[in-house]
Design a protein around this ligand. Structure first.
Ligand code: CA
Length: 400
């Protein structure tokens, strides 16, 4: 795209609106404003124009503002008062200390309606003064303007994001084409955790298939955007235009998720009962090797490692580790302390109070790097048995 062509043909600029849907009501809750340029072959995205740093800042701001005003004219008087997601390059926003942007918003909205504005920013490439940007965003927030972090990715600065304290985090599902789903799911879980801590809402964009929609739903997405739901277009669409279809699809997600959770629950219960039965049958205690070794053999098809700790996390028995040659006893683990491990003391307190076994979430074992779970249960006074369940068992029974 030739920037000069854009700059000499403002009449060819058109604000497109891409609907954003919500999972709680299955309706359109907002629109992201996207800049388009009309050519003989149809509309082209203005993305490349905005990221072209050879175009002087003033000109890019001009074009940005023309698109913004067009969109606000389309949306400001809407009855359903949906949110309006506005992309801004933080660098261009700071060019006039954020005043130009606020002036335009004020022209279209009285102060009590400014909560409809969501400012989308990407912090990644911002090289200006962070303090000033934060100051401006805090000022915007006093008007009720919301902040969304755009293009969340592996290269995002978590410290900046938590300083900005956005209300919305936008995650693109583009990644699903390039990355493995399971690795991506781990990253998403971390962002989900971060958003919960910050009180932010997850918005998934670039949803192009029903599988991506399901992925977004399963990973805590409240808002959704993408071709699969609705293409960007010059006009707003009916608020409920997708309601029935979206609701139906969500229902099928709910059904299949419930079924899968039910299956997992049964498998986990079965495993716990079986492990508890074996332990009760044995006379396992920390001081004696033989009963523990016998127990290890009984648990062979489930576990690859077991050991006993006291309630402060000091290991009271050796490790019993399954190898190709049978069970090996690793004496040097005695007296090591595990209280520093996440959830360790929490699990001990739970076991001590409930006097029953506990199956951990799955996690990556520091020695084998494999995904495992640990089943722990109180053995006797101040002794707790830890049984590490093998990856093979978890995989076979689908209880990662
Ligand atoms: Ca955006």
């Amino acid at each position: 795209m030739d920037p000069m062509e854009v700059l000499t043909n403002f009449s060819q600029l058109e604000a497109f609106l891409q609907p954003i849907f919500s999972a709680d009501e299955h309706i359109v809750i907002g629109y992201e404003i996207l800049g388009r340029y009309k050519t003989d072959k149809g509309y082209e995205s203005l993305g490349p124009f905005f990221s072209d740093h050879s175009v002087p800042e003033e000109y890019r701001i001009d074009v940005d503002n023309i698109i913004l005003e067009q969109a606000l004219a389309k949306l400001a008087d809407q009855e359903d008062e949906c949110f309006i997601f506005i992309n801004r390059d933080p660098h261009l926003l700071m060019y006039d200390h954020g005043e130009g942007f606020l002036e335009i918003i004020k022209r279209y909205f009285p102060e009590q309606k400014m909560h409809r504005i969501v400012l989308e920013l990407s912090e990644k490439s911002f090289s200006g003064n962070m303090e000033s940007l934060l100051h401006l965003l805090t000022y915007y927030k006093t008007y009720g303007i919301k902040i969304a972090i755009d293009h969340l990715g592996v290269d995002s600065h978590l410290d900046r994001i938590s300083a900005i304290s956005p209300q919305i985090l936008k995650i693109s599902l583009d990644h699903l084409k390039m990355q493995r789903w399971d690795t991506f799911a781990d990253t998403i879980s971390l962002w989900g955790e971060l958003s919960r801590k910050m009180g932010a809402t997850l918005l998934f964009e670039n949803i192009e298939t029903v599988y991506q929609l399901q992925f977004a739903w399963r990973h805590g997405g409240r808002y959704y955007q993408g071709f699969y739901l609705a293409q960007p277009s010059p006009a707003a669409i009916g608020r409920e235009s997708l309601k029935e279809r979206f609701k139906r699809e969500c229902h099928s997600f709910i059904d299949s998720e419930k079924m899968s959770l039910e299956k997992k629950y049964d498998e986990k219960k079965k495993l716990q009962l079986e492990l508890e039965r074996c332990v009760r049958k044995s006379r396992a205690a920390s001081g004696e090797r033989q009963p523990l070794l016998e127990l290890a053999k009984m648990l062979e098809s489930y576990a690859f490692r077991l050991y006993v700790c006291d309630e402060d996390g000091f290991q009271k028995s050796p490790n019993f580790l399954k190898t190709n040659q049978g069970w090996s006893i690793q004496e040097h683990y005695i007296d090591k302390n595990w209280s520093w491990r996440p959830y360790f003391l929490k699990t001990i307190i739970k076991m001590r109070n409930d006097q029953e076994g506990f199956l951990s979430d799955s996690y990556s074992d520091i020695e084998t790097a494999q995904t495992i779970r640990t089943f722990s249960l109180p053995l006797r006074d101040n002794e707790y048995l830890f049984i590490d369940i093998s990856y093979e068992y978890l995989y076979e029974h689908n209880i990662f």
